[in-house]
Design a protein around this ligand. Structure first.
Ligand SMILES: Nc1ncnc2c1ncn2[C@@H]1O[C@H](COP(=O)(O)OP(=O)(O)OP(=O)(O)O)[C@@H](O)[C@H]1O
Ligand SMILES: [Mg+2]
Length: 264
């Protein structure tokens, strides 16, 4: 089998289709989707609400089987949940009976990694996401945005080579969101992870990504892929560049009237 270094591909998706069935009714969420993500690439996905973005992410995690098509991660077919992936779901999934620290340590516990070492890492990550001092609180004592930041720390704790993020910053205020964008870019650049990042914000997608995948309304297909050539590390000032505005404008045009003003 070819190694990731030989193929350069972290994730390969071929002719992916997903139909949700319940009794007589069927919802076609994805149809004929092809996508390749190179090792260490940062790819963002934008598309109208309900077009199948979260579905795509869930299929890549192996939490659900696809109806048709194939997904390969590092040259191997996805056939169930795996440990070399860090996941942030659209709504934070924290265990209410575990403290914030123990929630962040969950992947380390599942993978039976040394607790002392990973406790130090988890605490550093909680500092990073602005949750220092909340280690011993329970999720229900945190706001929605704080819970999502805990979920982000959890996705990073075991240093997985692939990060799958479903609107991770959607519940954060604008200032915190900018900080998290800069921080995620820094982490990605320093650790050379591969990232698949779903967002409703076109500007966030352009700021973060090497390539922006634009999806159609349901059933979700890829209608365009835009490469962002702007050099790294990018700063918030780069969002004012004409080149940046051109990409945002192009993507907004592709999405037509499907985005609300607030999402732009
Ligand atoms: N578990 C499920 N059972 C049945 N239908 C589902 C299920 N999950 C998603 N769907 C349907 O599949 C379609 C795509 O949903 P999905 O959550 O993937 O969209 P999305 O692009 O992530 O939307 P949003 O931007 O609002 O998060 C929708 O029509 C939704 O109703
Ligand atoms: Mg979604």
């Amino acid at each position: 089998m070819a190694s990731p270094a030989a193929t350069g591909a972290a994730l390969t998706i071929r002719d992916l289709g997903m139909v949700y069935r319940r009794g007589e009714s069927a919802v076609e969420a994805l149809a004929g989707l092809d996508l390749d993500i190179a090792d260490r690439e940062f790819v963002a996905i934008v598309g109208p609400s309900g077009c199948g973005k979260s579905t795509l992410l869930k299929l890549v995690t192996g939490l659900r089987p696809a109806t048709s098509g194939a997904i390969m991660l590092y040259g191997r077919p996805v056939s169930g949940p795996r440990s070399d992936v860090g996941i942030v779901f659209q709504t934070p999934v924290l265990f209410p009976w575990r403290t914030v620290l123990d929630n962040v340590l969950l992947p380390a516990d599942v993978l039976k990694l040394p607790r002392a070492e990973y406790t130090a890492k988890a605490k550093a990550l909680l500092e990073l996401v602005g949750l220092g001092g909340f280690e011993n609180n329970y999720p229900q004592e945190l706001s929605g945005g704080m819970q999502q930041r805990a979920a982000i720390a959890r996705a990073l704790v075991h240093d997985a080579p692939l990060l799958l993020m479903d609107e991770p910053f959607g519940a954060l205020d604008a200032m915190t969101r900018e900080q998290m964008n800069l921080e995620l870019q820094r982490i990605w650049a320093a650790s050379r992870k591969t990232v698949l990042f779903i967002t409703h914000s076109i500007a966030e997608a352009v700021f973060l990504a090497d390539r922006i995948v634009v999806m159609s309304a349901r059933p979700g297909r890829i209608i365009d892929v835009i490469a962002n050539p702007m050099p790294r590390l990018r700063s918030m000032d780069d969002t004012l560049a004409p080149e940046f505005a051109r990409m945002v404008h192009h993507i907004r045009g592709l999405l037509g009237g499907t985005q609300t003003a607030a999402a732009l």
